[in-house]
Design a protein around this ligand. Structure first.
Ligand code: NAD
Length: 257
């Protein structure tokens, strides 16, 4: 797949070995990139450090994406250590569990604020912080992870669907804003995968079942398939692509029934 050798990248969103961001980190490292991985809190730091031991010479840095000062510190450390940045994988998302089980109409103001802050605003905050580092390299690529729940209703996906709609709109506005600086912004819309984030959605296994029955490929996707698409968007092979949401869902989104 894409050749990332000699490139420096930031991966946000590794929690454990099932994280989509971890699959992408492994694929990016295998393509030759030097990586920085982040952890959002002390509880997850050890997980990230243990996983990262499997890749060559990573930087491990704190970043809770709801904290502007942590995003700023992250960018200045990357600037100092890497002297610029070529790509960012944004895989952070969160909604309080109560918002993913009660009726959508019961969504709380605070739950909405937090879900949109972590899952959508963070892409804007990160993009702003890394854009000067990417300009030093003559441009860069930013990729985020989204889900079809942005456009269609899935049981219990609730406020996360609203957050993904905001995230995808942000991809388009950022692409327009940053394109003049040769920075591309895209999303991979993955089919359902059993990760920590997915475990928070009640009835998730029935979504997997429906995909198996109705997706044109009659199966679910796996982490490696999503990672390969992300590597394409992060690397030079996609140099003409920006503002795009690339569906990697075994074709499920085209099914009318
Ligand atoms: P995951 O739980 O492994 O990853 C979510 C990540 O968000 C975790 O690493 C967590 O630490 C991070 N995070 C949460 N709050 C944060 C904060 N305040 N600051 C920094 N990081 C924070 O689960 P995943 O499924 O790999 O999710 C990664 C992305 O993929 C998410 O955006 C998710 O919505 C998206 N996605 C997942 C699926 C799926 O079925 N699993 C499908 C499509 C899209």
């Amino acid at each position: 797949m894409g050749d990332l050798s000699g490139r420096h990248g930031l991966i946000v969103g590794v929690a454990n070995k099932r994280s989509i961001a971890w699959a992408i980190a492994q694929a990016a490292a295998a393509s030759g990139a030097r990586l920085a991985l982040t952890y959002p809190n002390d509880r997850l730091e050890e997980n990230v450090r243990e996983l990262a031991a499997a890749i060559d010479d990573p930087l491990i840095l704190p970043c809770d994406v709801t904290r502007d000062e942590q995003i700023a510190d992250l960018a200045s450390t990357l600037d100092r250590e890497f002297g610029g940045l070529d790509f960012v994988l944004h895989g952070a998302a969160y909604a309080p569990s109560a918002e993913l089980s009660r009726p959508f109409v019961e969504t709380s103001r605070e739950g909405f604020r937090l879900a949109l802050d972590v899952s959508a605003y963070s892409l804007i905050g990160l993009a702003r912080a890394v854009a000067p580092l990417m300009e030093k390299r003559g441009g860069g690529s930013i990729v985020t992870l989204t889900y079809l729940g942005s456009e269609r209703v899935f049981p219990n996906y609730n406020v996360m669907g609203v957050a993904k709609a905001a995230l995808e709109a942000s991809v388009r506005y950022l692409a327009a804003d940053l394109g003049g600086r040769a920075i591309r912004v895209n999303a991979v819309s993955a089919g359902p995968l059993k990760t920590l984030a997915a475990a928070g959605i009640s009835g998730f296994s029935s979504i997997l079942q429906v995909y198996r029955e109705r997706a044109p490929l009659r199966r679910n996707v796996d982490l490696a398939e999503v990672a390969d698409a992300a590597i394409f968007l992060l690397g030079p092979a996609s140099r003409g692509v920006t503002g795009e949401v690339l569906m990697v869902d075994a074709g499920f989104h085209v099914s009318g029934i």
